[in-house]
Design a binder for this molecule. Sequence first.
Ligand code: HEC
Length: 146
Amino acid sequence: MKRHVIQAIGFVFAGALISPLPAQTFTKDVAPIFQKHCQSCHHEGTVAPMSLITYKDSRPWARAIKERVLMRDMPPWHLDKSVGIRRYKNDILLNDGEIDIIVKWVGGGAHEGPPADMTKPQTFASQAEWVIGKRDRRVTTNDFTM
Ligand code: HEC
C-alpha cells in the first residue's frame, strides 16, 4: 500500500519535470500588472502605440514588452529616484518582482492561461482621462496656437 503511494508521488513528480505547466500566465499574473501599470496609457485611442488590455492585444508585443520593462523604460517615469523626494502617490513604476513575472511570462512562451483567471477589465472614460485621481484645482488659459 505504502509503496503504491510512493510510486504515485514519483509519477506525479516525473510528470511535473517532463511537462511543466507555464508558471506565469497572462490572465493570472500579467493582466493585473498591466492594469495597474500600463493600461492607463496603453488602451485604444491614446498616444501609446498599442493597447495592452487583452491577451490578443498584448501577445504580439511580448518581446518588446520584456525589453522595455527590463530597461526600466516602461512605464515611463522621468524622475530621478536617487535624489530628493523618492516616494510619489502616483508612482507607476514596476517593482523587481513585477518585472520578474513579466520576464518569466515572456520567457516561458507568453501563454494566455485560463480565461476564468482574468480579472475584471478596467474601463476608461475617455482618452484624456486624468490618471492621477481627483484634481485639486483647474487653471484655464486663453487659447493659443501650437
Ligand atoms: C504614461 C504612459 C505610459 C505607460 C504608463 C506605459 N507606456 Fe508603454 N508606451 C507609451 C508611449 C507614449 C509609447 C511610445 C513611445 C515609446 O516607444 O517610448 C510606449 C511604447 C511602449 C512599447 C514599445 C512599442 C513599440 O512600438 O515597440 C512597449 C513594449 C511598451 N510601451 C510597454 C509598456 C508596458 C509593458 C507598460 C507597463 C508596464 C507600459 N508600456 C506603460 C506610454 C506608456
